[in-house]
Design a protein around this ligand. Structure first.
Ligand code: AQP
Length: 333
């Protein structure tokens, strides 16, 4: 009998730092869903990462449950994939500490997310913000992941993960699988609707810049109608037309239409028609997610059962890697 080839491992995580956005969905979560049949998928709510920015405890607790329910509502199937909560699995913090000692200050200083977030939170440039990529490297390496589906903003963090893993393997032998980023062709970098030079972020203070998965249809339509464009009044993808380019990217990612098809569809029409069409397409894409979320979030017992089951599996898998790492480093077991 022929051996069935072992499925490759996919790992990715998302922070419960606010309501999940259209950017998170198009850049990452939609891929999480589509990879579930072909790969062994392991997904996490990265709540340890979230406290690198100060959180209100009650709101944070709510955000964790809401984000857990939202991801299942997006289509992550807890029967097929392992979907756990990072802070429930102690191996993450432990491997992060060890890997901190194999990561250079200089390489962490070059991380653009650290530079951006320290500029944004100048009153709280904490050590966790600086070592964030090491915790993320540990998350991925614990599961010996082959592929990591993320948005384009995480490319540099995947690169440093590979550098840390190679450095460790160079000293101790093949302990870690070297992972590969899996970045979508379309929707990898969704920008703010109000400032298309900045990426759309959960924690954006300008509520009109960001579309949340759970926004009601009328709110989504209003945000798209207010989206920043330009004075040319011509729907085409071109340098300097950041607002229109962003709307075309979103429309293309949601409908599957190419930029050329979009340009033809809106030839001779103004931005008003275009914005309405983008808004409506997004509303229809998100409608089933919001409806499913509303059902799920009421059933706290079911959600708890899901994450407890997944936490245990994650602990079992990750403990194997952590055990190997500790033995290689020389700890007495
Ligand atoms: N604007 C975006 N376009 C495409 N992909 C995006 N991602 C984030 N923003 C965009 C992808 O979503 C996944 C989860 O991200 P995260 O929660 O781990 O952290 P983040 O990148 O810092 O996301 P946010 O929304 O910007 O959160 P805050 O405001 O808390 O910093 C990742 O795969 C990311 O690439």
């Amino acid at each position: 009998m022929e051996n069935t080839p072992k499925k490759e491992v996919v790992f990715s995580a998302i922070q419960p730092s606010g309501t999940i956005t259209l950017g998170n969905y198009l850049g990452a979560v939609r891929n999480w869903v589509s990879l579930q049949d072909e790969y062994n998928c392991i997904y996490a709510l990265a709540d340890l990462h979230t406290i690198t920015v100060r959180q209100n405890p009650a709101q944070f607790r709510k955000n964790i449950i809401d984000a857990y329910a939202s991801i299942i509502a997006c289509g992550v199937d807890v029967e097929k994939s392992v979907f756990f909560i990072q802070s429930h699995v102690h191996t993450h913090a432990e491997l992060a500490w060890i890997l901190n000692c194999y990561t250079q200050f200089g390489e962490l200083s070059r991380m653009t997310q650290f530079k951006d977030k320290s500029a944004k939170h100048a009153d709280n440039i904490n050590a966790g913000l600086f070592t964030y990529p090491v915790l993320m490297a540990g998350d991925i390496l614990l599961y010996q992941a082959d592929k990591v589906p993320v948005g384009a903003d995480q490319k540099q963090h995947i690169e440093i993960t590979c550098d840390i893993a190679k450095r460790f393997n160079g000293i101790y032998g093949d302990v870690f699988k070297i992972p590969e980023g899996f970045i979508p062709k379309n929707g990898a970098r969704v920008m703010s609707l109000q400032n298309p030079l900045n990426k759309m972020s959960k924690s954006d203070e300008n509520v009109n810049g960001c579309v949340h998965l759970l926004d009601p249809p009328e709110v989504i339509m209003k945000k798209f109608k207010r989206a920043v464009t330009d004075s040319e009044a011509c729907v085409r993808y071109a340098e300097g037309k950041d607002g229109v380019n962003n709307l075309m990217t979103i429309y293309s990612a949601v409908t599957g239409k190419t930029f050329e098809q979009i340009e033809n569809e809106f030839a001779g029409k103004g931005y008003g028609d275009f914005k309405t069409a983008v808004g409506e397409a997004v509303v229809e894409e998100l409608r089933p997610i919001r409806e499913r979320y509303e059902q799920l979030v009421k059933d706290k017992a079911y959600l708890e059962e899901c994450y407890h089951k997944a936490d245990e599996i994650a602990l079992k898998i990750s403990s194997r890697t952590l055990g190997k790492v500790m033995k290689k480093v020389g700890y007495v077991r």
